[in-house]
Design a protein around this ligand. Structure first.
Ligand code: ADP
Ligand code: MG
Length: 314
């Protein structure tokens, strides 16, 4: 890959947890019911993700690696109402540019599968092969061709912690999907299917936790919030998903922090709104977003959080 591609790739892919986020989102977009990740050295040496989703047809494998190739949007109008998590067609191309990558996949209903290998953006193998239905992506030696980036990575356990957080968060809001994570063959996380987000939260926060839950609606904007006041905590942790995408947003955090009552504890905030009301296209990693009516979002989240304090007092 040329220098500019490598630099651009470094923007989308910062560290092994970026692989987790992008590849989990791809698996979810593919309709997976089971997602399993295996890492070595916190994903620095090896990151493998397997899913049972719709798969990629043999002929489409090279396309999946091409920059700006996405099967998820076909015209400019689609860009206005993005409903899948991916849409930029950047993740696989970016990862491929800065690693050694192999994808094995069999599309649902296809007789046989395919494998494609890529090293620093150059395809080195593309052939038919027997494969399990679904997709397996393996990334070895992330940033092997960007030594400065590689040096910047943290210890294996620190990188693993970030991956754990990503898996934990996606597992929370996808009760219908089983998630597994292991590092060097050691089991780290295992979540079977659950009935609801509530059940996932109890799993995460502990069965004894008293969870406060509230929802609010403003036109087409829907906000659901779960709060674990964690009485010993002096920390406010906000996990936010907007239309299924894990993001950060200062206004949402402010709406929780600026309450009169103490808002210590853990928060899960799920916001759904029409795709054209939110611009996810402002940053390559899609971790920052812009609400078209951020005042409205602030107020709705604020009111919804406020209702939780009232519940707690009553
Ligand atoms: P995007 O998600 O933005 O479309 P990606 O680079 O992440 O772009 O993926 C490129 C394409 O590869 C996707 O549009 C999809 O068609 C295909 N793809 C990637 N991962 C999977 C997967 N796990 N299962 C099925 N198809 C996949
Ligand atoms: Mg994607």
């Amino acid at each position: 890959a040329d220098i500019s591609m490598r630099i651009a790739a470094g923007e989308v892919i910062e560290r092994p947890s970026s692989l987790a986020k992008e590849l989990i989102e791809n698996s979810l977009d593919a309709g997976a019911r089971s997602i399993s990740i295996q890492t070595e050295q916190g994903g620095k040496n090896s990151f493998v993700i397997e899913d049972d989703g719709c798969g990629i047809a043999f002929e489409e494998l090279p396309l999946a690696l091409e920059r700006y190739a996405t099967s998820k949007i076909s015209d400019i109008e689609d860009l206005e109402r993005i409903s899948t998590l991916g849409y930029r067609g950047e993740a696989l191309a970016s990862i491929a540019a800065v690693s050694r990558m192999e994808i094995r996949s069999r599309a649902r209903g296809a007789e046989s599968g395919g494998v494609i290998r890529c090293e620093a953006g150059e395809i080195t193998l593309h052939s038919e092969t027997p494969a399990k239905s679904g997709t397996r992506v393996q990334i070895d030696d992330l940033f092997f061709n960007l030594p400065a980036r590689r040096k910047f990575l943290k210890t294996s356990s620190a990188e693993l912690r970030r991956i754990v957080q990503i898996v934990n968060d996606y597992a929370l809001i996808h009760p219908e999907v089983a998630f597994r994570l292991s590092e060097e063959n050691r089991k780290i996380l295992e979540y079977g299917n659950a009935e609801s987000v509530d059940e996932c939260l109890l799993r995460r926060w502990g069965r004894q936790t008293r969870i406060y839950r509230s929802q609010a609606q403003s036109g087409a904007l829907s906000v659901r919030i779960w709060w674990n006041p964690a009485p010993d905590s002096r920390r406010i942790a906000v996990t936010l998903f907007v239309n299924g995408r894990r993001v950060q947003d200062a206004a949402v955090r402010a709406a929780i922090v600026s309450q009169d009552a103490a808002s210590y504890g853990e928060w899960l905030v799920l916001i759904e709104l029409p795709a054209q009301e939110v611009d996810v296209n402002i940053h390559p990693t899609k971790e920052e977003i812009r609400f078209r009516r951020s005042g409205d979002v602030f107020k709705t989240v604020y009111d919804c959080a406020k209702a939780l304090f009232a519940q707690r007092l009553s």
